[in-house]
Design a protein around this ligand. Sequence first.
Ligand code: HEC
Ligand code: HEC
Ligand code: HEC
Ligand code: HEC
Length: 223
Amino acid sequence: MKKGLIIAAAIIATAGMASAQTVVGTDHDLSSSGPGATTNVNRVCVFCHTPHQATAANGQDPLWNHTLSSQASYGVYSSTTLNATPVDIGGATVGTAAPSNLCMSCHDGSVAVHSLYNPPNEVGTITISSNGSNVNATGFMTGTPNVGIDLTDDHPVNFTYDTALAVADGGLVDPASSPAAAALLNGGMVQCGSCHDPHNDTNSPFLVMANTNSALCTTCHIK
Ligand code: HEC
Ligand code: HEC
Ligand code: HEC
Ligand code: HEC
């Protein structure tokens, strides 16, 4: 029994050590005890996910709860050397949103961060405090974290990255033979989530891996 308790305690301690890898306590924690903008809600996941009455079923939108932006067009990055064909994520409707639309629902600055499809039952109205963050008093993103409604000057997203693209470009890792590059794709596509993990700020700002020596970039680019 005692041994069992010690083992249980060890497991809890290990889980505690892993707690750096959680959304709780990061800038994506908008609960009453979050570090930046705070609300009168004591839950964390609810600002992005809900167990019930999420947006219409869509494999790309995991039980999504944050009001999507109605921005009709974000434009797409282009250059004379680009081989990929990014598709504009603007005009997404509930059920058709790309994974990158989920991020832009807060980060294009047009929807308040506490605007939800299915607000938590325990509070009547969600109230927000800026608390010195880049979220203003009415809940809109400002400053650097506000990516804005123009994606023509950002790393392209929402395009297929496959062997054909790697061959056409000549300077890209072939994801078919690189598990590391393939692991960064969502449905075979490059999205915001290829470089960012919204649940883990260990490699700030929410990067999927440390970018020392540009290791993130060289996972895909042979440069
Ligand atoms: C600030 C927004 C945000 C918060 C808060 C958040 N998530 Fe997520 N979550 C996302 C986004 C965005 C995706 C989709 C990522 C993608 O496709 O690139 C996602 C995906 C997921 C997925 C499916 C994909 C996977 O990684 O397994 C699960 C499960 C999940 N979240 C659970 C949670 C839980 C549990 C919490 C609270 C402890 C939470 N999330 C808090 C934004 C958030
Ligand atoms: C519910 C709203 C919401 C969603 C959805 C959301 N974020 Fe955020 N994000 C925030 C807030 C709030 C901050 C903190 C802004 C501040 O005060 O600096 C933040 C901060 C960040 C930062 C750090 C910014 C910095 O300057 O350090 C990154 C990077 C980021 N988010 C990326 C993403 C990505 C990528 C997704 C989708 C996978 C996403 N976010 C989804 C609300 C959101
Ligand atoms: C190819 C990788 C990559 C993709 C794709 C990507 N990001 Fe980033 N993002 C980064 C890196 C790296 C940084 C850190 C930049 C720095 O510190 O100068 C960053 C920084 C940010 C920041 C902090 C503010 C800033 O401008 O430095 C936000 C917010 C953000 N990204 C959101 C997003 C959103 C939303 C998407 C999808 C539309 C996205 N990112 C797609 C790599 C990426
Ligand atoms: C998940 C894989 C992936 C990651 C990670 C990634 N990229 Fe990319 N990036 C691509 C792909 C694929 C393209 C499209 C290349 C093309 O079509 O020519 C691209 C396009 C670009 C372009 C535009 C190329 C052009 O011809 O105009 C630049 C510059 C770039 N990436 C730099 C970076 C940097 C810097 C980083 C790290 C912060 C990074 N990328 C991380 C996959 C990635």
